[in-house]
Design a protein around this ligand. Structure first.
Ligand code: Q46
Ligand code: ZN
Length: 301
């Protein structure tokens, strides 16, 4: 197999693009996909600060790597979820990455902010761990961005993540979730940062290859709570479809974004207001994060 660009021996084949690349040309292909995502969705510009949410995994560190190399003004944000050794190891990867590149990393701890780490929140609320975890992550990303005066938060969601989320929403016809599925969410309130996903055009296999070729030291283990999550089952189904028909995931996601998403755009407008307690944006008087934190603090006092 030969590289599509230079004709030398290929290091990776991308069946969905009907192409193969040597390592340097694959890295350039990867960066170009990120650049295209940023351009197409006007995610951010060079003189804006960008808060990059990093988990220590391959996707978010690959994203941070590309943005640093392209000269963006980035600050990393690591959310310490307090999930046993997984959190300790993933934080160490983020610390080492930031130190090696001389970029700043903010660490925010769920245990400090909510009153207990994710495993305890799960017990107190008797809900799946990802429920309290996801809520806390979304809240803290936005709050740190506001506190730092950073207008936009970038996350490492890739094509596989986005296609799996879409499949989950469609299987349950969560029509309220569909319009929010986008590579770039605008700020709809002065206290809401924009949210963007510059890796949405790249598959998990491609981000793994990028991280490997760039020698990024990332945490390979998944969060211990990820096992059994329905999103993993949806990914497996999509992998089988992709095997049978290369490009299936891409067509599913991009077809939705380009043609179907608009049909689900919310007609009824929700009124956003500021939480009476913390001032963050919510649809009720007190936001879900403050309610969760109350519940956790009461139970663990
Ligand atoms: S939501 Fe769930 Fe993740 Fe939180 S508890 Fe782990 S798997 S880390 S992406
Ligand atoms: Zn609040």
């Amino acid at each position: 197999m030969k590289c599509r660009k230079c004709g030398s021996a290929a290091a990776i084949e991308l069946r969905r693009h009907n192409a193969a690349f040597c390592a340097p040309d694959f890295l350039e292909f990867f960066r170009n996909q990120v650049r295209e995502a940023i351009r197409k969705h006007r995610m951010f510009v060079k003189d804006e600060r960008v808060l990059v949410a990093v988990s220590g995994g391959k996707d978010s560190l690959a994203l941070w790597d590309v943005l640093i190399d392209d000269g963006y003004d980035t600050t990393g944000l690591y959310l310490d979820l307090g999930i046993f050794d997984y959190s300790k190891e993933s934080r160490a990867k983020c610390d080492a990455f930031a130190a090696a590149r001389g970029v700043s990393l903010i660490v925010s701890s769920v245990a400090e902010e909510v009153g207990a780490p994710v495993p305890v929140i799960k017990d107190v609320t008797r809900r799946p761990p990802c429920s309290g975890c996801g809520l806390s992550k979304r809240y803290l990303m936005n709050r740190v961005a506001l506190d730092q005066g950073i207008p936009v938060v970038a996350t490492g969601h890739n094509l596989d993540d986005e296609a799996a989320t879409l499949l989950g929403s469609v299987l349950h016809w969560r029509t309220e979730a569909l319009p929010r599925q986008s590579p770039a969410l605008a700020s709809t309130h002065p206290r809401l940062a924009r949210r963007v996903k510059p890796l949405y055009r790249l598959s998990e296999r491609e981000t793994a290859a990028y991280a490997f070729m760039r020698k990024i030291d990332y945490i390979v283990e998944e969060c211990p709570f990820a096992k059994g999550a329905t999103s993993i089952e949806h990914k497996k189904i999509l992998d089988r479809m992709e095997d049978a028909s290369p490009g299936a995931k891409h067509n599913f996601l991009f077809g939705f974004l380009d043609r179907a998403r608009v049909a689900f755009e919310n007609v009824e407008h929700v009124t956003l207001q500021e939480c009476a307690r913390c001032g963050q944006v919510t649809t009720s008087t007190v936001c879900a994060f403050c309610k969760l934190s109350d519940q956790v603090k009461r139970a663990t006092r």
